[in-house]
Design a protein around this ligand. Structure first.
Ligand SMILES: Cc1cc2nc3c(=O)[nH]c(=O)nc-3n(C[C@H](O)[C@H](O)[C@H](O)COP(=O)(O)OP(=O)(O)OC[C@H]3O[C@@H](n4cnc5c(N)ncnc54)[C@H](O)[C@@H]3O)c2cc1C
Length: 501
């Protein structure tokens, strides 16, 4: 059984510190997902010993949370992600990219050629889920991930009176809690969970069973199984990449099973022509806004990134919302069958917002009625067998008990996106502490640091970019080294030779 933060009893700080094992270590990264991995990888490459790093994680492997999220949203190892070849989370240098690795493993050199001529002469290359997972697994073994991991849940981060922090960990399979006394803490604890809208929550509270309304980021394979066995109707709410994947899965299941599956898709904003100014115009059609990646490429490392850095917080948030507005990449594997579905009349699109879900029975069968306020202000009632909500992740950092507690302690603050307020180096504003013989600070990356200096901070490249900034600050405080060109080349050579660190 998995323990969640909400299952844990609440303790006063003094209770927590009683009967505990203490360990001293310079830096603790909490989360143990790809965000922790990116920072730990960079620190190890910068010469920080594995003995000086602890990672608090519920999982054994850094790719596990990502793999779980992909599986829950219906993606298998062969499905393609939404990154380019060089966004290699396991390779700080980005070269050779995923395309080269896949070309070598599958003996298909054409993949490399494709990544050279994209996006003009070919659709952009994207790595598969399995490729990313395997690559992370290899790199984590190279840097000694297991040696640094403490399996368990961080219950509290407490500031020390003389600078630095204590991270209190409820360990898995160990009755004594662990206190990690450290100078620096890194938070990469990801989203709180799937974003459930008020109307979805209200429906589920009234009708917990059978599951007729599921979220795309929750395990929901039984919905596909039922539809493939009996046919039926389904409403997919949303128009981002998660909804595209759900629809692709439904199209494939319909084709495979031969069952009559009717798909309805609800768009909040229906785009039927390209949007935005001439420069930076977004392609669009049949409701979708199309963009290869979550953000335009220049937001990862080009002029849009510089523009973000120069802005103040409210402008950053406004720009980040604009650049990262819901979109999905154009892919022939789902565009072509969708065209056929429209022509044959078993796919329909609506534009509007659901204001209520109601349970009903028809011919002895449970159904869901979605009351929709259409874009033209009319009300429309749609009765379907299932609803799959693809409305994103809950990014409200304060929903995490750990972060909520930091805010209560006055160590951290949240911005208008509900994420931690960080400075240009991803240091949590208000967390820096100095004393005569100790300094300390908390850093954040991934979804917890949205609204900061980097719009796509919750992406492979964004996590690596944050890791580079954080590691430079730590190097200036004596933990590890900055990556000079000579060190970088030496380390890349070791990486190429798979030499353990
Ligand atoms: C389906 C899907 C597809 C994606 N595709 C792409 C893509 O193609 N390209 C791209 O760049 N990005 C992609 N992303 C985004 C990318 O996966 C994220 O940026 C990345 O996984 C974030 O890593 P993280 O470590 O910040 O968070 P997570 O991976 O969510 O990990 C956070 C971990 O923290 C743990 N945790 C929470 N609280 C505590 C606590 N108190 N103590 C200990 N542990 C705790 C959680 O259990 C979790 O394991 C995708 C994401 C998803 C869900």
């Amino acid at each position: 059984m998995t323990t969640t933060q909400n299952d844990l009893p609440t303790h006063s700080p003094d209770d927590l510190l009683k009967d505990m094992e203490f360990q001293h270590v310079p830096i603790v990264s909490i989360g143990g997902g790809l965000g922790s991995f990116a920072l730990v990888d960079r620190l190890r490459i910068g010469g920080v010993s594995a003995d000086d790093i602890r990672v608090v994680s519920l999982h054994r492997q850094p790719e596990q949370a990502f793999a779980d999220a992909c599986r829950d949203s219906g993606m298998g190892p062969r499905d393609r992600l939404r990154s380019d070849s060089s966004a290699r989370i396991d390779n700080l240098w980005g070269f050779p990219g995923y395309a080269a690795r896949e070309a070598r493993e599958t003996k298909r050199p054409s993949l490399m050629l494709r990544s050279l001529v994209e996006p003009v002469l070919a659709q952009p290359y994207a790595p598969t889920v399995g490729l990313v997972q395997h690559a992370v697994k290899e790199e984590s073994a190279r840097i000694g991930w297991n040696h640094m991991t403490v399996r368990g849940m961080a219950l509290r981060v407490q500031r020390q009176p003389d600078g630095g922090y204590v991270v209190i960990v409820r360990r898995r399979g160990n009755r004594r809690d662990l206190a990690l006394v450290c100078d620096y803490v890194h938070l990469a604890i990801g989203p709180f969970g799937p974003k459930l809208t008020p109307e979805a929550v209200s429906f589920r509270l009234k009708h917990p069973y059978p599951q007729r309304l599921v979220h795309a980021y929750e395990q929901h394979s039984e919905v596909y199984d039922q539809l493939a066995e009996h046919g039926g109707s389904v409403l997919v709410r949303g128009s981002g990449i998660a909804s595209s994947r759900v629809i692709q899965r439904l199209l494939e299941d319909r084709e495979r099973s031969g069952q009559d599956i009717h798909i309805w898709q609800l768009f909040r904003h229906y785009h039927d022509q390209p949007t935005g100014p001439l420069l930076g115009r977004r392609d669009a059609g049949y409701g979708y806004a199309h963009q290869p990646y979550d953000y335009p490429k220049a937001a990862y490392g080009g002029q849009l990134r510089d523009t973000m850095k120069r802005r103040d917080e409210s402008d950053r948030i406004a720009l980040s919302r604009k650049l990262g507005a819901t979109s999905t990449p154009y892919r022939t594997e789902w565009a072509r069958p969708l065209r056929e579905a429209r022509a044959e009349g078993w796919y329909d699109a609506l534009a509007g917002e659901v204001h209520e879900f109601v349970a009903l029975q028809r011919d002895g069968k449970d159904q869901v009625r979605a009351k929709i306020r259409l874009a033209n202000k009319e009300t429309y009632q749609l009765d379907v067998d299932y609803v799959i909500d693809a409305t994103g992740m809950d990014q409200q950092a304060e929903n995490h008990p750990l972060i909520h507690d930091l805010v209560e302690q006055g160590i951290a603050d949240v911005n208008d996106l509900g994420c931690l307020r960080v400075d240009d180096n991803f240091m949590v504003v208000g967390s820096e502490s100095h004393s005569e013989n100790q300094s300390g600070a908390i850093f954040a990356s991934g979804m917890n640091a949205r609204g900061g200096p980097l719009a796509p901070v919750d992406s492979f490249l964004g996590l690596q970019s944050a890791a580079l900034s954080i590691a430079d600050v730590l190097a200036d405080h004596g933990l590890g080294k900055r990556l000079t060109p000579a060190r970088s080349v030496r380390q890349w050579w070791k990486w190429m030779g798979r030499k353990s660190l």
